[in-house]
Design a protein around this ligand. Structure first.
Ligand code: NAI
Ligand code: AKG
Length: 450
């Protein structure tokens, strides 16, 4: 049996019910075929079986007290996937849909993303099926403290450095950091995404969204085009979506949509960013609050989306920025985007396009930036935060932003040069996967069978 199918079949038996992980593994392994054919050492050293198996998986109970005094229990996860090129690094996701398979796919993607950044960071991810929605600040704090009561013994500034992801922002990182400090007595860069008064980096909040836009600009510039004047669709309305829109506006593009799990906003005059930030970052309300205050906008609930489609991708645009969650853009959505003239897709979210959608974009040869390349600005700026913490410095916003732009340029360059090297110049999926894999796999070979 061919080795990719054999590996995926083995994963289905050894790690049951982890569909998102099989999807991520299959996509990466399939695109590595030309490399395996050219360089036999990867098969000889059995890198395939080794790289799909996490180095360590920590599953734990998180018990906490709600405001009514009831005991609640959630699952906690930290998957330390690969440390060949640096300490484990990757975010924490708090969302009711989280399972071991979710964290495993995210941790697997993180290995190659972090390698592509050119920085010394290994791959990891963690989280919980805890739902922060509707919880009071005190409940969030008690949950985070209980989560850290187990996590602290597995992390450290040169061991494993978690950060935020869906449902984990500055507030949660603060409660997690406070508890880590209380348990260990160490004031160190053990988490990133901290607030700037106590060790955070300027521009980390903005970095993932800004980075996805910088990546899109790199792709378009290579074709003599730019984002200026383009109509853009954005999904999600959290950290990545907000700062994608901010950078698009700064570059003279017009973002016209945002969404959440309940529905979407279409604002043909362009999203009012100050209003969106107030609703999402300050008031923590649903998107319906936006239409109440902005007459040009239309709200469509998910129940009214065209059958089998995400409403956001039915809005005509020249560039699309999926910034919500995995598999939020399917083959039909991709067809609609292409039919409407979309020239560029830059993925702020992790694995937002299904396999079918990705194939459509590659076949159409549009500028398509897969998540592990396009959204690497967040984790890269986290590494800049680690550097600042280690040297007890704080760099200026412009200094961090300039480094971020350079890192995104570097990721575009290595992905497109690798794609060219393997004879498919437009295929940044191939380029990013091979470039990210090669550095990790060569490091694993250098470090022996461990
Ligand atoms: N925060 C970061 O630095 C990075 C985040 N990412 C990825 O970006 C995506 C968004 O993350 P953040 O903005 O940080 O999280 P967030 O918690 O700030 O926002 C998540 C957004 O996605 C929406 N959402 C969640 N599930 C949804 C669903 N089923 N349908 C529609 N909307 C849904 C939420 O309503 C919210 O607007 C995720 O895929 C995450 O893994 C990737 C790299 C770094
Ligand atoms: O900043 C980080 O360490 C991780 C960000 C993240 O979770 C991601 O890149 O998906």
């Amino acid at each position: 049996m061919p080795y990719v199918a054999k590996t995926i079949d083995y994963l289905k038996v050894s790690s049951p019910a982890q569909d998102e992980f099989y999807q991520a593994a299959e996509e990466v392994l399939n695109s590595l075929r030309p490399l395996f054919e050219r360089e036999k050492k990867y098969l000889k050293h059995n890198i395939i079986d080794r790289i799909v198996e996490p180095e360590r998986q920590i599953f734990f109970r998180v018990a906490w007290l709600d405001d009514a005094g009831e005991v609640r229990v959630n699952k906690g996860y930290r998957i330390q996937f690969n440390s060949a090129v640096g300490p484990y690094k990757g975010g924490l996701r708090f969302h009711p849909s989280v399972t071991a398979g979710t964290i495993k796919f995210l941790g697997f993607e993180q290995i190659f993303k972090n390698s592509l950044s050119g920085l010394a960071i290994g791959g990891a991810k963690g989280g919980s099926n805890f739902d922060p929605k509707g919880k009071s600040d005190n409940e969030i704090m008690r949950f985070c403290q209980s989560f850290m009561n187990e996590l602290y013994r597995h992390i450290g500034s040169t061991i494993d450095v978690p950060a935020g992801d869906i449902g984990v922002g500055g507030r949660e990182i603060g409660y997690l950091y406070g508890q880590y400090k209380r348990l260990t007595g160490h004031y160190e860069g053990v988490l990133t995404g901290k607030k700037v008064n106590w060790g955070g980096s300027l521009a980390r909040t903005e970095a993932t969204g800004y980075g996805a836009v910088y990546f899109a600009e790199n792709m378009l510039h290579a074709h003599g085009d730019s984002l200026t004047g383009k109509v853009c669709t954005v999904s999600g309305s959290g950290n990545v979506a907000i700062y994608t829109i901010e950078k698009l506006q700064q570059l003279g593009a017009k973002a016209v949509t945002v969404s959440d799990s309940q529905g979407m906003i279409y604002d043909p005059e362009g999203i009012d960013l100050a209003l969106l930030k107030d609703i999402k970052e300050v008031r923590r309300e649903r998107l319906t609050a936006y239409t109440a205050e902005r007459k040009s906008a239309k709200y469509t609930p998910v129940s009214e989306y065209p059958k089998g489609q995400n409403g956001v991708w039915t809005v005509p645009c020249q560039a699309a920025f999926p910034s919500a969650t995995q598999n939020e853009l399917n083959g039909k959505d991709a067809d609609t985007l292409l039919k409407n003239g979309c020239l560029c897709v830059s993925e702020g979210a992790n694995m937002p396009s299904t396999h079918e959608a990705m194939q459509r974009f590659l076949a159409a040869k549009i500028c398509y930036g897969p998540g592990k390349a396009a959204n690497a600005g967040g984790v890269s700026t986290s590494q800049l935060e680690m550097s600042q913490n280690a040297s007890m410095q704080q760099w200026r916003f412009e200094e961090v932003d300039t480094k971020l732009q350079g890192i995104m340029r570097g990721i575009f360059r290595i992905s497109s040069e690798t794609a060219k090297e393997f004879g498919e110049p437009h295929n940044l999926v191939l380029g990013a996967n091979i470039a990210g894999f090669r550095k990790v796999a060569d490091s694993m070979i250098d470090q022996g069978v461990v």
